[in-house]
Design a protein around this ligand. Structure first.
Ligand code: DC
Length: 231
């Protein structure tokens, strides 16, 4: 370790990574880093400029023009900035989820974002969630978790979240998006979603949020030997 703890949480879309990672970050006073938000910001930039998210030369051409930064508000929530604009809400639109998944399969995009993620982990105790954190971004993380749940359970949870935010959608569309992203995220050539050999598997298909949270907290305490206030 480099003087800081790193916990990597990988898994498919909608497994509850961000909710659980945020809760654990607050419990153990780590910085929570949502790396999906960074890919979403690139997806949003392409979408706004009318760039085809599958077209690597076209996407690569706009990367040098993108100033992507992460920040944290007073409540400790991660905000994303694209060329100075706070795009934290805009990157959550369902069409941007698809653009994010599309651009994330491009090697140029992954290389562009790698150092930003590693630098954050060098400078802070982090709980970082994504698809390749334990396998590629932070292979030396002190703890790796692979968090998953069935596609149906994930679609139902995601539907509730979207409806609560006022997004008009239905279970069929949400499940289709999840299956599209599962397939694409785990079949791409570069840094595909997969469980690292040394990751602890947590399957939350059959358990609720509170139970999943307690399971995660227990795993962190046992594996890292730390309590809620890091000693
Ligand atoms: O976690 P999310 O749904 O917000 O992520 C959006 C997309 O970004 C997802 O489809 C896959 C991609 N992603 C990735 O390839 N690697 C990461 N570390 C995080 C996200």
């Amino acid at each position: 370790m480099n003087g800081h703890y790193a916990i990597a949480i990988d898994g498919p879309s909608g497994a509850g990574k961000s909710t659980l990672a945020r809760r654990a970050a607050s419990e153990f006073t780590f910085l929570y880093v949502d790396t999906g938000a960074i890919y979403r910001t690139v997806g949003l930039a392409c979408h706004r400029r009318g760039v085809d998210c599958h077209d690597e030369p076209a996407v690569s051409a706009i990367l040098p023009e993108l100033d992507i930064r992460m920040g944290y508000n007073e409540a400790g929530e991660q905000r994303m900035f694209l060329n100075g604009e706070d795009v934290s809400a805009a990157i959550r639109a369902p069409e941007i989820s698809i653009c994010a998944s599309d651009v994330s399969s491009l090697p140029a995009v992954r290389a562009f974002l790698l150092e930003m993620q590693r630098r954050t982990a060098r400078e802070n105790d982090v709980i970082m969630d994504g698809r390749d954190i334990g396998t590629v971004v932070l292979p030396d993380a002190e703890l790796k978790i692979y968090l998953t749940a069935s596609a149906e359970a994930r679609a139902e949870r995601r539907l509730k979240e979207l409806l609560a935010k006022g997004v008009e959608t239905n279970l069929e569309d949400v499940l289709r998006d999840i299956e599209y992203r599962d397939y694409q995220d785990s079949h791409r050539e570069i840094a595909p979603l997969r469980q690292a050999e040394d990751a602890v598997l947590l399957d939350t298909s059959e358990i609720g949020l509170e139970e999943s949270c307690q399971l995660l907290f227990r795993t962190i305490r046992e594996r890292l030997g730390i309590g809620s206030e890091k000693a």
